[in-house]
Design a protein around this ligand. Structure first.
Ligand code: FAD
Length: 323
């Protein structure tokens, strides 16, 4: 057997979540004394591809071409499945991103594999089966699922596994798969960026605001703190419903699920539907003027106070620290 990792790129660059997934896949390969192959799809230059070796891949299959420069779900799934067949891979690892979540079941069907998405830890291996820990019920719980199939497809949640630099080098091979018309039924025609800010699902730090901030005119404080910390901004559902912030920032059960290293919640009560999308954050800091706010029950650090007094002090402190 071998292990295959799909190295997803964004505009020709690999994000940190991919280096986490490679490190994770490397650990599985090492546990099984086998090799790790990365498959890269799209137009990625040689210097960037070399990074895949630096984080643990032994070999890189590079698939390029104009038709594949943007994500095409069916076509990418066919390529990943063919790469797995070529390499005789018994484990396929993806990052649990928007595209990774779409690809995992498609790749699973093509390889007749067992699939687990939302995975947060290394599998426990027992006689050919994998027990994996994954998030369930929008992050409100964890489930242990057992994959007993010969081939396993695993989608790893960003920020749930450490990046390990092995300093190795990977041999890069060009790889191509004969394309089928049915693989290109839905294609991206244009990508319109709504902002250049840190992308929320990949962010390591998130500064999030709720109704306690009273109105959109007060978001300058959230944005300033986020920019100082290199963080993404987020909000609760009522805030985006009221049009104070874009819907793309809404986190929770009905919004985006995030798992950053640090989640700072300002003026958010901590309703169960909000917590569903943020509770797998590594460290949670809550700023709320009500000491009984439910968010404090899941907080690692809590500040009971008025956001309009606490935030300016926090911003000043971060500025002083960085000076
Ligand atoms: P509020 O509940 O109004 O809380 C505001 C908080 O700010 C309070 O705790 C208050 O003490 C504090 N505050 C007020 N003034 C200040 C101040 N000056 N300084 C500091 N703190 C202050 N919600 C989500 O967020 N995401 C979801 O995905 C989601 N999905 C839902 C799905 C369903 C089916 C339902 C029914 C609801 C969903 N909700 C969701 C809504 C959720 O139940 C809560 O209503 C919502 O999260 C509350 O938002 P909030 O905390 O910003 O506002």
């Amino acid at each position: 057997m071998s292990v295959l990792i799909y190295a997803e790129n964004a505009g020709g660059k690999f994000k940190k979540s991919i280096f986490e997934a490679i490190s994770y896949a490397r650990a599985i390969a090492d546990q099984n004394n086998t090799s790790l192959t990365a498959v890269s799809i799209g137009n990625v230059d040689a210097a960037e591809l070399a990074l895949l070796g630096k984080y643990g891949a032994d070999k890189v299959l590079n698939v390029s071409g104009d038709k594949l420069k943007d994500f095409v779900n069916q076509a990418y799934a066919s390529i990943i499945a063919e790469a797995a067949k070529k390499e005789g891979s018994a484990v396929v690892v993806l990052s649990n991103t928007f595209s990774g979540r779409g690809l995992a079941p498609r790749v699973g069907v093509k390889l007749e594999a067992g699939v687990a998405d939302g995975v947060v830890a290394l599998p426990v291996q027992e006689g050919g089966s994998f027990k994996v820990k994954k998030t369930a019920f929008s992050g409100k719980a964890f489930a242990i699922v057992e994959l007993t199939s010969a081939i396993k497809v695993i989608a790893l949640v960003p920020n749930s596994y450490k990046v390990v630099e092995t300093g190795g080098t990977a041999q890069v091979e060009d790889f191509s798969v004969e394309s089928k018309a049915s693989d290109f039924k839905a294609m991206i025609k244009e990508i319109v960026r709504s902002s250049d800010k840190v992308s929320l699902p990949d962010a390591e730090i998130v500064v999030s605001g709720g109704r306690g901030l009273k109105g959109p005119e007060n978001w300058g404080m959230i944005e300033e703190l986020a920019s100082l910390l290199g963080a993404a901004t987020a909000c609760s559902k009522p805030v985006s419903d009221a049009g104070w912030r874009p819907h793309s920032e809404h986190v929770g059960q009905t919004g985006i699920a995030v798992s950053p290293n640090l989640y700072i919640a300002v003026g958010i009560s901590g309703a169960i539907q909000h917590l569903a999308g943020v509770s797998s954050s590594k460290v949670i800091v809550v700023i709320n003027k009500d000491p009984e706010a439910p968010f404090f029950k899941v907080a690692d650090y809590g500040i009971v106070g008025d956001a309009f007094e606490v935030l300016p002090k926090l911003i000043a402190a971060v500025k002083e620290y960085k000076a």
